[in-house]
Design a protein around this ligand. Structure first.
Ligand code: FA5
Length: 346
C-alpha cells in the first residue's frame, strides 16, 4: 500500500524551522552549513522530494509542488541572509578603518642646517666680517700642492703627522686646507686676505678625530703683517664665534709651512676646564682647535712672492672642534651618525 502524504514530515514544517535558523545565523559558515543540512544532496527537503515515489500517484503532484515552494523559500532566505551578512561585514570593516577627520593633522617638518654646516657658516660669517673673502680648492689634491709647495718635500718627516689617504700616483685626498693657500697665491699677487673652508681627510678615528672633517684655512699677506696681527685676528675671531670670553692658549709648535708656528687651544667648555675624566679634552682642560703661524719664506719662494717685501700669517681651524665646544658635544662621531634624536636638538 502507498504511503500517504501525511506520513511524510511536512515541507512547510521543515521550511518554517529552516527559515528561523537562517534568520538567526550570524556568519556565512553557519549559513552554508544550513544550506547543506536542508538543501544538500542528503538534505532534509531533498529527502522529502525523494520520498515522492512512495506516495500514491494522485498525491504526488501536489506534494511535489509544496516541496518545491519550500525549497524556493529557503533559497531566497539563504540568499537574502547571505547578502545581509555581507553588508554587515563590510560595515564593520569600514568602521574599523575609519579615519577620524577631527584629529589634528601632521604638519610638515621643516629641515634645518646640520650643526656642522651651521658652525661652518658662522665661522665664515665672522671672518667675512673681518675682511676675509672665500676661496675654494679641490678635495682630491696633487702631492705638490698638499705637501711639496708647503715646504714638505718627499721623505720629509712632517708628512707623517697627517695620516694620508692616497688615491693614485701623485694624488691624495687633501689632508688639510693649506694647499688652497698655494693655489690662491699662484694666481693672485699680494696683498690678499682669504679663507678656504672645506672637507679634509686623514686616517684618524676616535672621540675627537674623524677620518673626514672640516677646516677653514685663513691667509693674510701684505707689507708689514706681524705675529701681533695673527694674535689679534685669532682672539677676536674666537670671541665672536663662541659669543663669550673663552680661555685661549697659544703653544709654540711646528708646521713646515709657517715659522714661527703655534697651536691654539680653547678652554674646554664640556667639563668647564675641570679635566678629570673628560673625553673631549682628555682631562687636560684644553682642546686644540687650530694651527697657525707666519708664512715660511720657503712657501713664498714656491709661488714667486718676495719675502723681503711681503710677510703673512696663516691658520687652519678645525670646524668639528669648534662645534664640539660650542654645543658641548663629547664625541665627534655624533656629527656623522645621522641620529635624528641628536640632530633635532639643534
Ligand atoms: C693643519 O692641518 C695645518 N694645515 C694648520 C695650519 C694652517 C697651520 C696654516 C699653520 C698655518 P693640524 O694637523 O694641527 O694642522 O690640524 C688643524 C686642526 O684641525 C686641529 O687643530 C684640529 O682642530 C683639527 N683636526 C686635526 N685632525 C683632526 C681630525 N682627525 N678630526 C677632527 N679635527 C681634526
Amino acid at each position: 500500500m502507498a504511503a500517504s502524504a501525511h506520513d511524510q514530515q511536512l515541507p512547510e514544517a521543515i521550511s518554517e524551522e529552516a527559515l528561523a535558523r537562517i534568520q538567526a545565523s550570524s556568519d556565512s559558515a553557519s549559513l552554508e552549513a544550513l544550506r547543506v543540512e536542508y538543501l544538500g544532496k542528503k538534505g532534509r527537503l531533498t529527502g522529502a522530494l525523494r520520498a515522492l515515489g512512495s506516495l500514491a500517484p494522485a498525491e504526488r503532484p501536489a506534494f511535489g509542488q509544496r516541496v518545491n515552494r519550500a525549497k524556493e523559500a529557503l533559497d531566497a532566505a539563504l540568499a537574502a541572509r547571505g547578502e545581509e551578512l555581507r553588508l554587515r561585514r563590510r560595515e564593520a570593516a569600514l568602521e574599523a578603518s575609519a579615519v577620524d577627520v577631527t584629529l589634528p593633522g601632521f604638519g610638515p617638518t621643516p629641515g634645518r642646517p646640520h650643526p656642522l654646516s651651521r658652525t661652518l657658516t658662522e665661522i665664515c660669517d665672522v671672518l667675512g666680517g673681518m675682511g676675509f673673502t672665500v676661496e675654494e680648492g679641490p678635495e682630491v689634491e696633487d702631492d705638490y700642492h698638499n705637501f711639496e709647495a708647503l715646504n714638505m718635500p718627499a721623505d720629509h718627516p712632517a708628512r707623517d703627522m697627517q695620516d694620508t689617504f692616497f688615491v693614485g700616483d701623485d694624488r691624495v685626498l687633501r689632508t688639510h686646507t693649506s694647499p688652497v693657500q698655494i693655489r690662491v697665491m699662484e694666481r693672485q699677487p699680494p696683498p690678499l686676505r682669504i679663507i678656504a673652508p672645506g672637507a679634509v681627510y686623514r686616517n684618524d678615528d676616535d672621540a675627537t678625530h674623524s677620518p673626514m672633517f672640516h677646516q677653514v684655512e685663513g691667509l693674510m699677506v701684505d707689507r708689514g703683517v706681524t705675529f701681533a696681527h695673527l694674535k689679534g685676528v685669532l682672539t677676536t675671531f674666537l670671541r665672536r664665534v663662541f659669543e663669550r670670553e673663552v680661555g685661549v692658549r697659544l703653544r709654540p709648535s711646528f708646521f713646515p709651512f709657517t715659522e714661527p708656528s703655534v697651536e691654539v687651544d680653547v678652554g674646554c667648555v664640556v667639563c668647564g676646564q675641570r679635566g678629570g675624566e673628560c673625553r673631549v679634552c682628555k682631562g687636560t682642560g684644553w682642546l686644540e682647535i687650530l694651527g697657525a703661524g707666519m708664512v715660511d719664506p720657503a712657501v713664498f719662494a714656491h709661488v714667486g712672492y718676495d719675502p723681503e717685501e711681503f710677510t703673512g700669517f696663516a691658520f687652519g681651524v678645525g670646524v668639528e672642534r669648534i662645534a664640539m665646544l660650542k654645543y658641548g658635544i663629547d664625541d665627534i662621531r655624533l656629527f656623522y651618525g645621522g641620529d635624528l634624536r641628536f640632530l633635532r636638538q639643534f
